[in-house]
Design a protein around this ligand. Structure first.
Ligand code: SPV
Ligand code: MN
Length: 623
């Protein structure tokens, strides 16, 4: 007799009991039983991924008012609390054993102390509620990439979102032997108000117990804090990758379509709200993933898969001109969860959608009208900047056909891009793997955005766009990336991109759509079909190639003046950047490989030499 299943018995219906018994991994029973007991759930629902169970989860999200149906068939709206509109860095902590210190850049708390705190917040949190158990697969199923996950939650919205964003895992759990490893997440939205929104946001707690591969999250609903398999399990995956010699990255994946119908795969790391999804979604190309990738060396080739199967995308600025394909999806029948947008008359509205917004409706602040102010007297916008949509990738006409390939796709290029208004040119290629990892990846600088709770526009280093999620010493992450490259026979080319460069007046020097040209140029570089100029910071495109691509891709004339403005090497800004990066690694980072300083110093020297010869602002043709 399995004591954990027996303990759960009174909380399970007959079918749920059967579904649970079909899994023979004792740790599954233990985790569900202990979670139900701690949170004092009234019932436990075992979601088997059958069409019936999935439909039930969706219906319950609506019945319990966590979501409401919108006009278009399959669309629903969900709201998070006013103070729960993004990932919360302060509330997210690693539980670490005594005498372990992760890094100055990471939030940590003593494991025993943290477990006691989060468990006391979870205690009785599900009284009178149903706890849902969802079994998922991170990465394609039946693949060397697959990692299994189990989430227990009292939010039907969370359970429903997981259906759109991940691959079903119940059958794999059933087929697995008793020792099968899996990640665990326990989440409770905590006390709710009448709008079904987490009330005690100041007691929000998101703790990551890497000793036990378990995540605890309480008093929050925002998906980035509550859907354990997004950024929380990602932190555990980074640790696993670290010990096993592969890479878990905050990267989109896309197939770029080149001459003759060839498809060349790229990965791209961008901090949140810096153009990652819109790059992956470029019209005419195919999207394989928009957020998290696992990359492994297989037969000396870098192979990548999308950890997820859907998109939890920023909806702000999705308009018919810049993002036609997703705009279309958002206006047609099919399953979509909108969050934190303005709803009026059953229709969702968001900032930057390219048409006028109503002057009243319901939004993340409740009933909203133009001029409504928050507690501190600031005007509340009609929709939150971090309002989002959740949709399965398969709903997109430009979904890449290799999404479920268990072997992944061969990566030919990797891009790193941040919100850098001052220094780096819009696109450049590194001299080699080491230079790319260090000068573009490790040195990635950006400004904070609305995707995390807190002040916007603060410049910071965001190493490989992964810094919020890193769970190993930062320097070790740089080393892992450098080592990974050494295992490859054909290393992907590394590119630095920057969609946010500004001129002296503070205007962006590029149109958002220009990124399509950069992507096509990278594709040509992979196949040796475009030339480049060797500048101090990397290989930059030639004017003639860009002019041809602007015409081909965007039907735009590209002037020499624009080229000079965008691709001139700005010496003072680049020198200052290197100084900041060196400082950051000296001050905050342990295990930094010596070569990082060497590569940065070399770049510094190249910039100084260029300055001696050509001055402070150097058009590329001077090189
Ligand atoms: C991001 O902010 O990087 C996201 C959304 O992809 S989430 O991490 O889920 O908040
Ligand atoms: Mn992300």
């Amino acid at each position: 007799m399995n004591p954990y299943i027996e303990a759960l018995r009174p909380k399970l219906s007959q079918p749920d009991y059967k579904k649970l018994c079909a899994i023979s991994i004792p740790k599954v029973h233990e985790f569900i039983a202990k979670s139900a007991d701690l949170c004092n759930a009234e019932q436990v629902f075992i979601c088997s991924d059958s069409a019936q169970d999935i439909a039930y989860v969706r219906q319950q999200a609506i019945t319990n008012n966590e979501e409401a149906p919108l006009k278009i068939q399959g669309h629903t709206i969900h709201y998070d609390g006013f103070y729960d509109q993004g990932r919360d860095r302060k509330a997210t902590k690693y539980l670490v054993p005594k005498r372990v210190f992760l890094s100055k850049a990471l939030n940590q708390i003593d494991r025993q102390e943290g477990l006691a705190e989060v468990k006391s917040l979870l205690r009785d949190s599900m009284r009178g509620r149903t706890m849902i158990a969802r079994f998922l697969s991170l990465g394609p199923t039946n693949s060397v990439f697959t990692i299994l996950g189990l989430q227990c939650t009292d939010s039907w919205y969370v359970a429903h979102s997981e259906d759109l964003l991940y691959r079903s895992g119940y059958e794999i759990f059933c087929q697995s032997g008793p020792d099968k490893d899996f990640l665990r997440v326990l989440h409770s939205a905590g006390k709710l108000n009448e709008s079904m929104v987490s009330l005690e946001h100041e007691k929000k707690c998101i703790y990551i117990d890497y000793m036990d591969n378990t995540i605890y999250s309480v008093n929050t609903q925002y998906a980035g804090n509550s859907i354990g398999f997004k950024k929380l399990a990602f932190r555990l995956a980074i640790r696993k990758a670290n010990t096993e010699g592969w890479l878990a990255e905050h990267m989109m994946l896309m197939g770029v379509h080149g001459p003759g119908g060839r498809r060349t795969y790229f990965a791209g790391a961008f901090p949140s709200a810096c153009g990652k999804t819109s790059t992956a979604m470029l019209p005419g190309e195919t999207i394989l993933g928009d957020d998290i990738a696992y990359i492994r060396e297989i037969d000396s080739i870098a192979k990548a898969v999308n950890v997820e199967a859907g998109i939890f995308g920023i909806i702000k600025d999705v308009n018919p001109i810049d993002d036609a394909s997703i705009f279309n999806v958002l206006h047609n029948p099919g399953e979509i969860i909108f969050s934190n947008v303005l709803v009026e008359n059953g229709k969702p509205y968001w900032l930057g959608m390219g048409s006028k917004l109503p002057k009243e409706g319901i939004n993340f602040s409740g009933k909203w009208y133009e001029g409504k102010k928050d507690e501190t007297g600031n005007a509340i916008p009609p929709a939150h900047k971090n309002a989002r949509y959740a949709v399965t990738l398969k709903a997109l006409e430009n979904c890449d056909p290799e999404l479920e390939n268990p072997l992944g796709v061969e990566l030919s290029g990797i891009m790193y891009g941040g919100r850098d208004t001052k220094a780096y040119v819009p696109v450049q290629q590194s001299f080699d793997w080491e230079h790319g990892i260090i000068a573009y990846g490790a040195a990635l600088e950006t400004e904070t955005t609305f995707a995390t709770v807190g002040k916007e526009g603060i410049p910071e280093i965001n190493m490989m766009s992964i810094q919020d999620f890193i769970s190993i010493p930062l320097g070790k992450n740089v080393r892992n990336n450098l080592e990974f490259g050494k295992k490859l026979e054909k290393q992907p080319l590394i590119f630095g991109v920057n969609y946010f460069l500004q001129d002296k007046e503070g205007d962006y020097v590029n149109d958002p759509r220009d990124k399509h040209v950069w992507v096509k140029w990278m594709e040509l570089r992979v196949h040796n079909e475009a030339d480049a100029i060797e500048a101090p910071t990397g290989y930059v495109p030639k004017y003639e190639d860009l002019r041809m691509l602007f015409k081909q891709v965007l039907d735009k004339e590209y002037s020499k003046e624009d080229y000079s403005k965008q691709f001139s090497i700005r010496i003072p800004e680049n020198l200052a950047k290197i100084k900041r990066v060196r400082e950051f690694y000296k001050k905050n980072v342990t295990y930094t490989p010596e070569v990082l300083f060497w590569v940065l110093n070399q770049q510094y020297e190249r910039l100084l030499r260029a300055k001696e010869n050509h001055g402070n602002y150097i058009p590329p043709e001077k090189f």
